[in-house]
Write a protein that binds this ligand. Structure first.
Ligand SMILES: [Zn+2]
Length: 240
């Protein structure tokens, strides 16, 4: 794939083995411009970086080589993992983000992203379910890539999980709905909540889930459809 190389020092010095790469984490830059973003990802004081950045024209800049650990995820959890940096590739999409004017991702950007992900998937044998958004692994801190990111489209290429159009209606007492939802999320891989008691941070988790799977209804309320989706995806976990 055509790419510019513009290396950042914000990465591990040591080399990781190919088989350590198991995840791809997708981000948006959340800054005013591409230049500003690259500056930050290279500035040694920022201590952040990523492997690939894709601009709105669909051009790739590689900032960290795949065999080094880039510092893109920060504090994060997924399934049994803490700190996803060591086992992942981080991809940043240029987008001003929620803070500066969240825009649709461009078609060229998504096209390039799909090609890049398919490449990485093949090269490192990355599973569908291991393509994640930053907000999946840090739901209390992060919103990216956000509700405009086309997860459904990507899933058609085997990049990330999705649900089918007709999913079963989960019948359960209203009072038990919340517990079931969080049980499902735990099974899917989400962390940062308790299975035993509900807290006021839970709403952030619900929103993170909706941002990815029910993007026109990011309200933090577990309605019937939100629950149905969680149930479908949790059941899929048994199969893989
Ligand atoms: Zn991010």
């Amino acid at each position: 794939m055509k790419k510019k190389i513009n290396l950042s020092l914000n990465c591990s010095k040591s080399i990781r083995r190919r088989r350590e790469i198991k995840y791809v984490v997708i981000h948006y830059t959340g800054m005013q411009s591409e230049i500003e973003s690259i500056d930050r990802l290279k500035n040694t004081r920022s201590k952040v970086s990523c492997h690939y950045l894709i601009n709105r024209k669909g051009l790739i800049t590689q900032l960290v080589l795949d065999n080094k650990v880039a510092w893109h995820a920060g504090k994060s959890k997924w399934k049994k993992l803490n700190n996803l940096n060591s086992s992942s590739i981080g991809i940043e999409l240029v987008n001003k983000g929620h803070q500066w004017g969240y825009e649709n991702f461009s078609n060229l950007q998504i096209k390039t992203l799909i090609n890049l992900c398919l490449n990485l998937k093949k090269k490192y044998k990355i599973k569908n379910e291991n393509f994640l958004g930053h907000s999946d692994i840090a739901p209390l801190r992060k919103l990216d890539p956000g509700e405009k990111f086309p997860w459904k489209k990507l899933s058609k290429f085997g990049i990330g999980i999705w649900y089918k159009a007709k999913i079963e209606n989960v019948k359960i007492q209203k009072s038990k709905r919340n517990d079931l939802f969080f049980y499902n999320l735990n099974k899917i891989g989400y962390r940062y909540f308790s299975l035993r008691k509900r807290t006021n941070k839970d709403k952030m988790i619900v929103k993170a889930f909706q941002r990815r799977y029910y993007s026109h209804k990011v309200n933090g309320f577990i309605d019937q459809k939100t629950l149905n989706i969680s149930q479908f995806l949790a059941n899929q976990q048994n199969l893989s």
